[in-house]
Design a protein around this ligand. Sequence first.
Ligand SMILES: [Zn+2]
Length: 498
Amino acid sequence: MNFGPPPPVDHLTDVPDLENQRQAQLSAVPATPTVLDAHFDCAAAPMATKISDTEFSLDYQHKDDDGGPDGVYWFMFKLKGVAGKAVRIDLKGIPLDKWHTLNPVYQYADGAVPAISEPLLPDDYNLRSAKTVDGHNGTRMPDTSGEPGGWHFIQDVWATGGSTLSFVHTFDKNDATVAMRTPFTLEDEEALMAQATQDKAPPDMAAQVIDIGKTPEGRTLHVVKLSSGGEQGEKGHPCILMYAREHADEHDSSWLVAGALRWLLADNEKAQDLRSKFTFMFIPILDVDLAAKSGHAHVITSFLPNAVTPESIAYAGFFEKWMQKGNPADIVFNFHNMESAEGENLVPPIFPPKDSPWSAPTIALHREIRAEEQSEGFSVHQDSWTTQFSPERLGGWLAGVYGALHLPYEANSQNPQRHVLATEISRAGSVMLQAGCAFLTSDASRASRKLSADGRGAYEERWGKYGTQLRQGDVIAMESQIRELEQSRALLDAVLQK
Ligand SMILES: [Zn+2]
């Protein structure tokens, strides 16, 4: 990828001028003391210590009785009383190999424009033609100086001691939120659901926000469905599911889902056309309770029998009803995010094993996506990091039970060569959705469509033959039993034929 001239000389371990200025003013007595607050949904500031009025330290290595923070993946907090102050934050005990190219983001409470309500980028927008600025740590990011209400990257970032990343910024207003990347909070999810329920499409095509159950902490689990043509349409049209946040603190991932959904909801001829030919489903935050607490992994591995959660049973139950009707599930996009230095704006971390029938169609789909995303200016890794099935996850469960093509992507709004805004990573989501549709209508998808159709056929046959023999249990346990019954029957048949 060509992103223009390389970023400037890497000043990663040099102290920025702004930090020297801050130190020179340390004796000044503040009119309003600075406060760091991390007591709100999706916030995280492990072991925050106030060093001086303009310096805080967050210690990720500190372990308390609970074992310390749940991984090192996320931070978000509010700074109050910071107007006119240069404030320094030290992130201690972090994986500097991944974070040295990270430029945290901030937004002022006063005049804030929620990223979820910002207009979608125009059709002719291209990442390469947007104006950029460079970070002290050798990175490149969009110049947002003309958009005071939105999120901005902090440029003055440097490293000390091999595991501490520091940043300093002069704030213009009193209250600012600072985060590892643009957050997609539970409030954003609510706002997105509200946008979907105000869909202007005709009633038979309108988006449906479906409440599929409650979390243990009482939050509602949502699936957004856009289908057309009634029951026949849902049976006949190819179906694409996009979900995010099985790793609950990976906020970029939700922006991909939001971008694809908002693009479909927009008054756009191409979107209307695709909505008349496909079924789309979206889950912006899979693990809602853990997202609120800024934890990393819980629901992600709960799609195996004996590992279920109320959430996995609700999601599996929703899709089980979908499958019982004989409706298709062709592609499942499953979104995550990297931290920063690990890779491009998009990386497919996992392809199916090379000897499986899903391998070739998955590679073909990724090729299509990569070409489309690159033409929009996004950097995309060519190959996967590894190959495996993931039966413990929602996408892997749908692949195993129903033959869906499950393709996870790692997004990276903190890619060193070009950090991207929430509106930009949202665009990557809509581009991916369109590439998925193009793939499903191309010859290249023949093998994949056959897998999906065979999967549906095998599913119906299994339930027809063994459904009545099922013991009681949740839907994940029943799916597991029914496949065990099928396998033992196949073994018995093989023995009897000898
Ligand atoms: Zn992840």
